[in-house]
Design a protein around this ligand. Structure first.
Ligand code: TYM
Length: 333
C-alpha cells in the first residue's frame, strides 16, 4: 500500500512554485487506487522564522483553503494541522538523538535562511529537517511529493529512518521516496532566474501568488526579467538564459504541454508575446483556484470542521506509531 504525505508551511500566501512543484502532484495521487493521502499544514515549521502570532491561525486556514481550492478533496485525503498532532514533536525529540549535527550543518536551506549570522539562528531552524523527518515517518509514509528544493531534507529523513531501523527494528519505518515530478519542479523568481520563487522573497514582483487577480498577474509577468535576445527556439538556445528558461517552463507546466511544443510556439518571438501567453494561461488556470479559495475563506467554520476531521484521522495513525516507537526504544509504560 502507498501512503502519501506532504506538507506546506503557512507562511505568507502560496505561490505558483508551491502549486506547480507540489500541490498539483498531490492532487494526482488522490485517485490512485490503494494510495492513502495525508496533507499537513506545518505551523510548527512556520515559527522557525520571524512570524506574526496574531496571523498564524488564519494563515493555517488559508493554506488549507488553498489545498482544497487546488483540488485536494477532504473526503479522499486527510488535511491536518501539524501542531494539533503532538506525536510530531515527540518523534522529533526521539529522532534528535539520532540525527547527526554534521549532516544538519550541511543543509543548504539552513544556510540560506540563517544567512551570515548563523550563530544567532534558533535551534528550531537548525532542527527543521528533523521535525520534517518526524512529519513523514510518524505516518510511515512511503511517498513524499515535493519540489526539488526538498531533496536534501528527504535524504536526511531516509537516513534517520535507516538508522532507527538498524538500531531498534529492521523495516520498522519505510524509507520514504521523494516524488519530484512534473514540468516545473523548481520554479524560479520572476526577478532573478537563478533564485527560487518563494513566499518569503521581499519583492512581491518575484512571484505569482495564488491570491493574485488577473491585473496583478499581468503586471508581474510584464515586469518579469528577461534578456535582450528573442525567445529561445531550442533547448540548446535556452542554456545560460535562466529567466527565459523559467518563463518557458512555467508556460509548459501550466499549459500541460511538452517543452518542445512551447519552444516551437514561442521560439524567435519577442518576449512580450510569451509574456502575454503566460498571462492568459495563468489567469485561465489560476482564477478558478483563487475564486474557490476566496469562497472557502468566507466560511472559516467549515474549514475548521474539515481540519478537525483530518486531525482525527492523522492523530490515530500518528499515535499508533509513537506508541510502538516508545516501546521499541525501551521507555517505561
Ligand atoms: P514550503 O511551504 O516552503 O513549500 C511547500 C512545497 O512547495 C514546494 N516549492 C516549490 N516547488 C517548485 N518551485 C518552487 N519555487 C517552490 N517553492 C516551494 C516545496 O518543495 C514544497 O514541496 N519543508 C517543506 C514543508 C514540510 C514538508 C514536511 C514537506 C514540512 N514537513 C514533510 C513534505 C513532508 C517546505 O519546504 O515547505
Amino acid at each position: 500500500m502507498k501512503r502519501i504525505l506532504s506538507c506546506m508551511q503557512p507562511t505568507n500566501r502560496l505561490q505558483l512554485g508551491n502549486y506547480l512543484g507540489a500541490l498539483k502532484n498531490w492532487v494526482a495521487f488522490q485517485d490512485e487506487p490503494g494510495a492513502e493521502c495525508l496533507y499537513g499544514v506545518v505551523d510548527l515549521h512556520a515559527i522557525t522564522m520571524p512570524y506574526d502570532s496574531a496571523a498564524l491561525a488564519q494563515a493555517t486556514r488559508e493554506t488549507a483553503a488553498a489545498y482544497i481550492a487546488g483540488g485536494i478533496d477532504p473526503s479522499k485525503s486527510a488535511i491536518f494541522v501539524q501542531s494539533a498532532i503532538s506525536a510530531h514533536s515527540e518523534l522529533m525529540w526521539l529522532f534528535s538523538t539520532i540525527a547527526q549535527l554534521g549532516k544538519l550543518e550541511r543543509m543548504t536551506q539552513f544556510k540560506d535562511k540563517a544567512g551570515k549570522n548563523s550563530e544567532r539562528a534558533g535551534l528550531g531552524l537548525f532542527a527543521y529537517p528533523v521535525l520534517m523527518a518526524a512529519d513523514i515517518l510518524v505516518y510511515k509514509a512511503t511517498h513524499v511529493p515535493v519540489g526539488d528544493d526538498q531533496k536534501q531534507h528527504l535524504e536526511l529523513a531516509r537516513e534517520i529512518a535507516g538508522t532507527f531501523n538498524h538500531k531498534y527494528k529492521e523495516e520498522f519505518f519505510p524509507l520514504p521516496e521523494p516524488v519530484i515530478t512534473g514540468a516545473a519542479t523548481r520554479v524560479m523568481s520572476l526577478r532573478d532566474g537563478t533564485k527560487k520563487m518563494s513566499k518569503s522573497d521581499e519583492s512581491d514582483y518575484s512571484r505569482i501568488n495564488l491570491t493574485d487577480n488577473a491585473d496583478a498577474i499581468a503586471q508581474k509577468f510584464r515586469k518579469a526579467k528577461t534578456d535582450t535576445l528573442p525567445v529561445p527556439a531550442s533547448k540548446e538556445e535556452m542554456k545560460g538564459r535562466p529567466e527565459a528558461e523559467n518563463l518557458l517552463t512555467i508556460y509548459a507546466a501550466l499549459a500541460e504541454q511538452p517543452m518542445e511544443a512551447v519552444l516551437t510556439q514561442f521560439g524567435g518571438a519577442q518576449f512580450s508575446v510569451l509574456k502575454q501567453g503566460l498571462v492568459d494561461i495563468s489567469v485561465e488556470k489560476l482564477a478558478p483556484i483563487t475564486k474557490r479559495m476566496a469562497e472557502l475563506m468566507k466560511d472559516p467554520g467549515e474549514i475548521d470542521r474539515i481540519l478537525k476531521r483530518g486531525n482525527e484521522k492523522a492523530n490515530s495513525l500518528a499515535e499508533a506509531t509513537i506508541k510502538e516507537t516508545r516501546a521499541l526504544m525501551g521507555f517505561w509504560s
